[in-house]
Design a protein. Structure first.
Length: 241
């Protein structure tokens, strides 16, 4: 090679984050908001997600990121009357009839110029048959406007380090259950679809007590041209102003 020949540095490329099922408790409350807690009891959780194009390593700007998860007792809004201590034999979205119109612990945000969204919520609890997790869906829009055409590019789930979860589950809001929580390595979807690649990095917000809350973050690598098979655009329905 000629000594004067320069080689352009390669762009950082991220691995595609593993997709996972949307689960039976998906619904679209059509809420664009950062704080999704609606005063739900539980240990505070500040969540930061960075969305990057796995092909180029560049941030994905203007994407609509929806998250949803259960409360400290293992209950999802929309299904508040179901018993979280009993197994639910369903995986398809919308496969379980809703019991109410509550919207706690659900909402969406647009990624900023760095591809980042931030949510204020509570640390999720657990329900029968699953480890602690948060659901995420990423929609590609034609601009920073949720009324414009879009497609769902990625659907996944995020898990928590066992050490952090154990300290949370020992607090008052999460205790007194008739069943024990399922560890990550015993969760079917963690083992077969997500694993460590879907585990959040978690830090405490305060020095003195875990009850001050946690900060969780991760980077999600997606194919912006892909169309997820787990949630279709029509599953979100039409937004209205």
């Amino acid at each position: 090679m000629d000594d004067n020949t320069s080689v352009a540095p390669s762009s950082p490329v991220y691995l595609l984050s593993p997709e996972q099922i949307a689960g039976p408790f998906f619904r679209n409350p059509k809420l664009i908001r950062r704080n999704i807690s609606e005063s739900a009891d539980g240990i505070p959780l500040v969540l930061r997600l960075a969305i990057v194009d796995a092909m180029t390593g560049q941030p994905v700007t203007g994407a609509l990121v929806d998250i949803w998860h259960c409360n400290a007792r293992g209950v999802y809004s929309g299904w508040s009357k179901l018993d979280p201590d009993k197994d639910v034999d369903a995986a398809d979205i919308g496969s379980i009839p809703r019991t109410d119109d509550d919207t706690y612990l659900r909402g969406g945000q647009f990624t900023d110029k760095k591809g980042i969204v931030r949510f204020t919520t509570v640390y999720p609890g657990f329900y029968a048959g699953r480890a602690l997790h948060i659901h995420v869906a990423v929609r590609i829009t034609s601009g920073n406007n949720f009324l414009e055409e879009r497609h769902v590019a990625w659907v996944g789930q995020l898990y928590f380090p066992e050490v952090a979860s154990r300290s949370v589950l020992n607090t008052r809001e999460y205790g007194g259950r008739s069943i024990a929580s399922l560890p990550n390595h015993e969760d079917f979807y963690f083992r077969h679809q997500g694993g460590d690649a879907s585990t959040l990095t978690v830090h405490t917000l305060g020095r003195d007590s875990n009850e001050d809350g946690f900060f969780g973050h991760t980077t999600i690598g997606i194919d912006t041209f892909a169309a997820s098979t787990h949630i279709k655009p029509e599953d979100f329905g039409q937004y209205t102003v």
